[in-house]
Design a protein around this ligand. Structure first.
Ligand code: F3S
Ligand code: F3S
Length: 110
């Protein structure tokens, strides 16, 4: 799957969302997250991001490696204020803005 890394935090340009054919890019509070269970690896989102926040998981820069697991964690673990993980949520259009972040992103200091 593709992964969104630190550059998205507090930028949230959202151009990537319009490009994704399967609507698997979900919006937190400070950042967006790609659902690895739903991403079909088409790559359309990568060039759309003006701050180059997106790359394929095996090409994520070493200093951004934590974001591979963190994108997965957004969907596999219950987020603050929720009892159930989002899981394969069926599309960002279905869930709407999720509005919370993983701890890594919530406490991120640029
Ligand atoms: Fe973030 Fe870039 Fe998308 S800033 S919302 S990953 S276009
Ligand atoms: Fe969508 Fe990007 Fe994956 S456009 S399908 S999140 S590679």
């Amino acid at each position: 799957p593709y992964v969104i890394a630190a550059a998205c935090i507090d930028v949230m340009d959202r151009s990537c969302v319009e490009e994704c054919p399967v609507d698997c890019i979900y919006e937190g509070d400070r950042k967006l997250y790609i659902n690895p269970a739903e991403c079909i690896d088409c790559g359309a989102c990568e060039p759309a991001c003006p701050v180059q926040a997106i790359s394929q998981d095996r090409r994520v820069p070493e200093d951004q490696a934590a974001f591979v697991a963190d994108n997965a964690r957004f969907f596999s673990h219950p987020l603050p204020g929720r009892e159930q993980p989002l899981g394969a949520a069926g599309g960002a259009g279905v869930t709407g803005t999720v509005g919370v972040d993983t701890d890594l992103v919530a406490y991120w200091v640029a």
